[in-house]
Design a protein around this ligand. Structure first.
Ligand SMILES: Cc1cc2nc3c(=O)[nH]c(=O)nc-3n(C[C@H](O)[C@H](O)[C@H](O)COP(=O)(O)O)c2cc1C
Length: 258
């Protein structure tokens, strides 16, 4: 039976930038993932090993889906770039294939992305594939909500980087694509958590493959890159919704525990 939970009790509600009332990390937790990791190697590893796991859990608890997003950025663009680079450098991939590609669009470029999605749906309405009422009442407001945010990270896979491995390790040939998707998802999770740790709100979307061709054309991206997901981020303008949890005991088994 599902259990309803509210916010984690060990998190302190503090007002965030831009008047948001969203819950943030504990005030004593490191402000963001990259500075935390930097500090960890010099401080936490030697003196307080539990602090690292506490901070990771707090960052994981603070990551939520936020749909109401605005255009204010709590950090500089360089900070966003730093986090994106940290993802690309530190997230693992099977056989170290490093096939994930990240594209970040900010401000007007971000708006162009969601205009592309709106136009793509417009074409589906024109062809009769999507009813006009559904588009007007559901899809369009949702897409306009994404457009109202500050930026989007586009997560791609470059198949060229797994092709050689498929041939070389033929016994695993059919595994390289799912493994690439696993690694891509790790990039998504890292950045979702990291962007929220610096004060953004974010939500994960999947408008691929509908928008792939137009997006590739707009930003001159290689046509063979496969779009996997879009992480929309901006100033959090509302709290995350309530979240139900299935019982832990149905989902976790530990053997050999003392
Ligand atoms: C693999 C994956 C795919 C998702 N796809 C979408 C999506 O296409 N659209 C969307 O609005 N949310 C999407 N979500 C968000 C989930 O609905 C959300 O994470 C879940 O309900 C738990 O809420 P939380 O993120 O606040 O913890 C996705 C999440 C994951 C992990």
């Amino acid at each position: 039976m599902a259990t309803r939970i509210l916010r984690p009790s060990n998190l302190q509600p503090i007002s965030r930038a831009f008047g948001s009332t969203r819950t943030h990390l504990h005030p004593q937790a490191p402000r963001d993932i990259t500075s935390f990791l930097r500090t960890f190697s010099t401080t936490y590893r030697n003196h307080a090993p539990s602090t690292m796991s506490d901070a990771l859990v707090q960052a994981a608890q603070a990551r939520r889906t936020i749909y109401q997003l605005g255009k204010n950025s709590p950090v500089s663009d360089s900070k966003v770039e730093e986090l994106v680079n940290a993802a690309i450098l530190n997230v693992p991939s099977s056989f170290n294939t490093q096939s994930t590609r990240l594209v970040v669009v900010l401000r007007e470029e971000h708006e162009k992305l969601w205009d592309i999605a709106i136009e793509a749906f417009g074409a589906l309405v024109a062809s009769g594939a999507v009813p006009e009422e559904v588009f007007k009442n559901q899809t369009l407001p949702k897409l306009q909500g994404f457009k109202a945010a500050h930026g989007t990270v586009l997560f791609y896979e470059d198949p060229a980087h797994i092709q050689g491995f498929k041939e070389k390790f033929s016994a695993y040939a059919d595994k390289f694509e799912p493994w690439a998707d696993h690694s891509n998802a790790m990039h998504q999770y890292f950045l979702w958590t990291a962007l929220e740790s610096v004060g953004f709100g974010a939500n994960l979307q999947h408008y691929n493959p509908l928008i792939d061709a137009k997006v590739a054309e707009q930003w001159s991206l290689p046509a063979e890159w496969r779009l996997v997901a879009q992480l929309v981020f901006g100033s959090p303008e509302a709290q995350a919704g309530e979240k139900t949890q299935k019982p832990i005991e149905d989902r976790v088994k530990i053997f050999g525990k003392l």
